[in-house]
Each structure stands twice: as structure tokens, then as C-alpha cells.
Design a protein around this ligand. Structure first.
Ligand code: SF4
Ligand code: SF4
Length: 92
């Protein structure tokens, strides 16, 4: 998958992680419209992490077990700065 800036999505570290011990099987994360999650007998599992929208964390806010975490958003911001996406889009 290629991200809208033309940068490969799989190189961007942004996806949910579920702590299975905290999952209470509420199913709220299954509302994700990107098809990131799969439902199993043990609850939700992350099946397609790179389909997660970069910067989105909606499912973590909805999660009743507080079982979902994401990478540090400051590291994501630093990643953007290093890649100079803003500069590139100004030049294009
Ligand atoms: S953060 Fe957003 S896009 Fe990513 S899995 Fe959760 S709801 Fe889906
Ligand atoms: S929202 Fe959280 S507690 Fe609910 S099924 Fe998903 S991971 Fe489990």
C-alpha cells in the first residue's frame, strides 16, 4: 500500500496493539471502517495493521477494556519532520 504522500505505508510506525489480557470482548473496535481487526473466540485481534489510518486512535478511545495502545505520537511527528513531507508538498 502506498500512502498519499507516495511513501510506503508499511514504513510508517502507526497501528494498534491489543493487550489480550485486558480485552473484555466488547466489540467496539470492530467499528473500525478500515478492516484492521478480526473477531476471534478470544476477542478482537489486529489482522491488518497497515490498513490503520496514520494518526487515528478512535478505537483506543472506544475500547471498554483500555486494551488498545498506539506508538508514541511525538515519535510520529518527528518522523514527519525528518521526512520533510511539508517541504516536499510545497515544492510539488
Ligand atoms: S485507529 Fe482508527 S483506523 Fe486504526 S484501527 Fe483504530 S479505528 Fe481503525
Ligand atoms: S474494543 Fe477493546 S475490549 Fe473491546 S473487543 Fe476491542 S480490544 Fe477488546
Amino acid at each position: 500500500m502506498v500512502w498519499m504522500t507516495g511513501y510506503p505505508r508499511e514504513k510508517v510506525n502507526w497501528h494498534p496493539t491489543i493487550d489480550p489480557d485486558k480485552c473484555v470482548k466488547c466489540g467496539m473496535c470492530m467499528n473500525c471502517g478500515q478492516g484492521v481487526y478480526d473477531w476471534t473466540e478470544e476477542g478482537a485481534r489486529v489482522g491488518r495493521p497497515n490498513k490503520c489510518v496514520v494518526g487515528c486512535s478512535t478505537c483506543a478511545h472506544l475500547c471498554q477494556g483500555k486494551a488498545i495502545t498506539f506508538p508514541n505520537v511525538e515519535e510520529l511527528r518527528e518522523f514527519y519532520k525528518k521526512k520533510e513531507f511539508g517541504q516536499r508538498s510545497k515544492n510539488n
